[in-house]
Structure formats: C-alpha cells, structure tokens
Design a protein around this ligand. Structure first.
Ligand SMILES: [Zn+2]
Length: 55
C-alpha cells in the first residue's frame, strides 16, 4: 500500500468517526435506557439499536 492510500484510509476513518458522533440519540426498546447515537447497542442490557429508530 502506498503512503497516499494510507492517508486516504485515515481520512475515511476520521469521517466515519465524525459521522458516528452526529448519529441521533436513541432509546433502548428493551429497557428504555436513553443512549447516545455513537452506541450501536444498549450498554445496560445489550440490546441492539433498532434499524427503524428514525422518527
Ligand atoms: Zn437496554
């Protein structure tokens, strides 16, 4: 891999992380725990974030 490609990969990772931080907060459908958008699963009971959480 060329150094240029590595820099591109890092940029994509940063964009992905930035996008994740902008994810909307959601509420666990299982236990009702309010969760930040950065979480893909409830830290309290382990339930996965539902795909249809958008309003
Ligand atoms: Zn939960």
């Amino acid at each position: 891999m060329k150094p240029h490609n590595g820099e591109r990969a890092e940029a994509l990772i940063r964009e992905a992380l930035a996008g994740a931080s902008d994810a909307p907060a959601w509420r666990c459908p299982d236990c009702g725990e309010p969760l930040d958008g950065v979480f893909d699963a409830c830290w309290s009971c382990g339930a996965l974030r539902p795909c249809d959480s958008s309003p």
